[in-house]
Design a protein around this ligand. Structure first.
Ligand SMILES: *[C@@H]1O[C@H](CO)[C@@H](O)[C@H](O)[C@H]1NC(C)=O
Ligand SMILES: *[C@@H]1O[C@H](CO)[C@@H](O)[C@H](O)[C@H]1NC(C)=O
Ligand SMILES: *[C@@H]1O[C@H](CO)[C@@H](O)[C@H](O)[C@H]1NC(C)=O
Ligand SMILES: *[C@@H]1O[C@H](CO)[C@@H](O)[C@H](O)[C@H]1NC(C)=O
Ligand SMILES: *[C@@H]1O[C@H](CO)[C@@H](O)[C@H](O)[C@H]1NC(C)=O
Ligand SMILES: *[C@@H]1O[C@H](CO)[C@@H](O)[C@H](O)[C@H]1NC(C)=O
Ligand SMILES: *[C@@H]1O[C@H](CO)[C@@H](O)[C@H](O)[C@H]1NC(C)=O
Length: 638
């Protein structure tokens, strides 16, 4: 007994040793040498820059005639013609050289920034890290390994690139009046290139750095980066001041990480407004501190929520990248799940028709739900929601109140609302309901101002029955509200009259569904066939959609810009990138440059820019076979 007790530990240790040896051996056995890639073969091609068709210089792929290395595709792309690199295209480009500087990311530095406030210095540093990250990602091994080994050649790994920022003001948040212009130049010696970016604000300088990041690419011959090393001057500023994307996180939840990636891609395109349609009837993912019942009842699950911290982190992340993040609380329709708990707190019914069937009778898509306008306690709850959203999204200058697709039949199906209406109106008609709908918006706006103390906020509302021909000014105050147009470009959709709205003095954000709805063109999700706004809006349609054409010339100054919208009935994090990009880039050039030309003039740059987004980890939709990328100008039908 004793003996066996003595032997047991020994046996145990022995076993351990054996096990360890076996493990060690197996580690040694299974740890294959790092797989060496097959050596790359060289191809017999080079590229020459020629104007073959008379429509401008292009990179033409030819078979090499001697043993010299010739011009690579990437060098050709950097040097062949000026109008090919930068997206969106700048106002002016002067004196762009064709010589390269070759370098590795570690040797790119910024000059002295100590004269700026610590806040601006912090922004520059954080944005710089993002920029350096993008440089690393250009290495072709980065995608598979998450790292790329750069050249060991002394010539290239000693070369320095300095970026100097000259920023004239300390402006540190984006507002309606933020000046986004910048200028940029480049000069070089044998040892260094100097890039100078001058701007009125940090946000202009950030755009300038983005432009610089588009003047370089990978040099496969030398395994380093190469950049255009002389540039007289780029001057640039946006055509429209409001250039945005609207994303719905209620139909389906979008994780914080994916929202940040979307902001990265927006920054790469100089888009500056992220319109966060954070709640809707389907779910209420904003985590409320005053009324936790909202997300307890309304979120899809405890993990599918956005805390105040998440939101303010996204707001800060956007600001550093030149993107203002602003919220939408759609109401009085497009609410429902998250508002069912009123009776449990003795607040009465806050929302009517919630998840009501048959949905076709009370709303435009399942599930239904609208605020109970007969219950004054909804304004107490709204006050809390406004306060918390305003805090999380601080600083707030735009607040989107939604205001679309109210169903009179839903309201009128509630006995409580019918009685309340009868007490107010002798003869309750559809118009009486419209009056109450409009009152709801004025009162909500006043409560927003009262509870947040923000008096210069601009409310935004979607076009709706309230903005139909001749009605907008009757129901809404143009000093308080901006109207976001989702009505079709052809202007004969029953939902609104853009010209009338503009003529009454409202500012407009254009999001016409026939060009700038990015969810169109898939199978239906209720019933069969295609979804309601089919067909798919290709990048060409997005690009050619000129907002100015929606009103007559005298009202064009009312159009402050536009947004593309992604409603997420049929999208989530899995498909987000390919739905948004590169079509969001087509939108960006329309809004930044408002080019006179059509998509056909932009095609080569678009293909290149899509490639750039992919290199940065954005899963942008492919537009053409790679053959077209290598054989520029030969994929045409004109
Ligand atoms: C580049 O721009 C800076 C500031 O705008 C200017 O001071 C400098 O002279 C310019 N350099 C060249 C080489 O044009
Ligand atoms: C041509 O390219 C190869 C690598 O592809 C490189 O080793 C060689 O130095 C280059 N030759 C010249 C003349 O640049
Ligand atoms: C109520 O209003 C409707 C629509 O305006 C009208 O047709 C009807 O005559 C009115 N009824 C009364 C009792 O005033
Ligand atoms: C509201 O519903 C009642 C019946 O419950 C109906 O008589 C009335 O016409 C409806 N009003 C409107 C404006 O739809
Ligand atoms: C907003 O505050 C003003 C001033 O205190 C008050 O008169 C008004 O009733 C408030 N509005 C609402 C809708 O509560
Ligand atoms: C709207 O106008 C366009 C062009 O004039 C026309 O083709 C289309 O049929 C009209 N649509 C409707 C719904 O009236
Ligand atoms: C478009 O054309 C107008 C008028 O010819 C011109 O002033 C403007 O600079 C052009 N815009 C672009 C982006 O080329």
């Amino acid at each position: 007994m004793a003996m066996s007790e003595n032997t047991k530990p020994g046996l145990f240790v022995g076993l351990l040793v054996v096990v360890c040896v076996v493990i060690t051996v197996s580690i040694i056995v299974t740890r294959d040498p790092v797989p060496q890639p097959e050596p790359l073969f060289s191809q017999p091609y080079e590229y020459v820059c020629q104007d073959v068709t008379g429509s401008g210089p292009r990179c033409v792929k030819v078979v090499r005639t001697d043993d010299s290395n010739g011009t690579s595709l990437n060098v050709c792309k950097l040097t062949c013609g000026e109008r090919r690199l930068i997206w969106p295209y700048p106002v002016s480009v002067e004196g762009m050289g064709t010589e390269m500087s070759r370098f590795i990311p570690i040797n790119v530095m910024y000059g002295d920034i100590s004269s700026h406030s610590t806040q601006i210095q912090d922004f520059i540093k954080e944005n710089w890290e993002a920029f350096k990250g993008n440089l690393e990602m250009i290495h072709p091994d980065y995608v598979t390994n998450g790292v790329g080994e750069w050249t060991t050649s002394d010539t290239y790994n000693k070369f320095k690139v300095y970026v100097n920022f000259i920023i004239k003001t300390g402006v540190s948040t984006i507002s309606r009046t933020t000046i986004e212009s910048y200028s940029l130049n480049i000069s070089s010696t044998a040892e260094r290139s100097t890039v100078t970016i001058e701007a009125i604000t940090y946000f202009g300088a950030r755009h300038g750095l983005e432009t610089f990041s588009q003047l370089l690419n990978y040099d496969a011959e030398n395994n380093c980066l190469q950049m255009i090393n002389s540039l007289g001057r780029i001057y640039d500023e946006p055509f429209f001041r409001h250039r945005g994307l609207s994303l719905d996180t209620s139909r389906n939840y979008i994780p914080v990480k994916s929202i940040k990636k979307t902001i990265d891609a927006m920054a790469a395109n100089k888009l500056n407004y992220f319109h966060w349609h954070i709640t809707d009837t389907h779910s209420f993912p904003f985590k409320m501190e005053s009324w936790p019942q909202m997300h307890e009842y309304g979120a899809y699950s405890p993990r599918q929520v956005y805390s105040h911290k998440d939101v303010s982190e996204i707001v800060r992340y956007g600001n550093v990248r030149g993107v203002k993040v602003y919220p939408e609380l759609d109401s009085p329709a497009h609410i429902g799940n998250g508002w069912q708990w009123g009776p449990t707190q003795e607040l009465g019914t806050l929302a009517v028709c919630v998840n009501q069937e048959p949905w076709q009778s009370y709303c435009v898509e399942p599930p239904c739900g609208q605020l109970n306008i007969a219950n004054p306690r909804i304004y107490d709850v709204l006050a809390s929601v406004y306060k918390e959203l305003a805090d999380a999204f601080s600083p707030v200058q735009y607040f989107h109140f939604g205001g679309d697709e109210v169903s009179i039949d839903c309201w009128n199906s509630s006995a409580e609302i019918r009685d309340w209406m009868s007490a107010k109106y002798d003869n309750v008609t559809k118009d009486s309901y419209f009056d109450e709908w409009a009152n709801f918006h004025s009162r909500s706006m006043e409560i927003f101002e009262n509870v947040t103390g923000i008096t210069d906020v601009k409310g935004i509302l979607w076009t709706s029955s309230l903005t139909e021909a001749g009605m907008a000014a009757k129901y809404l105050d143009p000093e308080k509200f901006i109207i976001q147009i989702w009505t079709y470009q052809n202007n004969n959709d029953s939902l609104g009259d853009v010209e009338d709205i503009a003529s009454k003095g409202f500012e407009l954000i254009i999001t016409n569904a026939d060009a700038w709805y990015l969810d169109c063109g898939v199978g239906a999700w209720v019933g069969n066939g295609f979804n309601w706004c089919s067909p798919y809006k290709p990048w060409q349609t997005v690009y050619d959609n000129n907002p100015l054409l929606m009103v007559s010339p005298e009202y064009r100054d009312k159009i402050i810009g536009g947004e593309a919208a992604l409603w997420t009935e049929q999208a989530d994090a899995q498909t987000l990138d390919s739905k948004l990009w590169p079509r969001g880039a087509a939108l960006a050039e329309r809004l930044w440059s408002n080019p006179n030309g059509t998509w056909a003039d932009a095609e080569l740059r678009m293909i290149l820019h899509r490639q750039r987004l992919v290199e940065r980890g954005i899963a942008a939709e492919r537009l053409q076979p790679q053959w077209c990328f290598e054989n520029e100008g030969l994929c045409y039908i004109l």
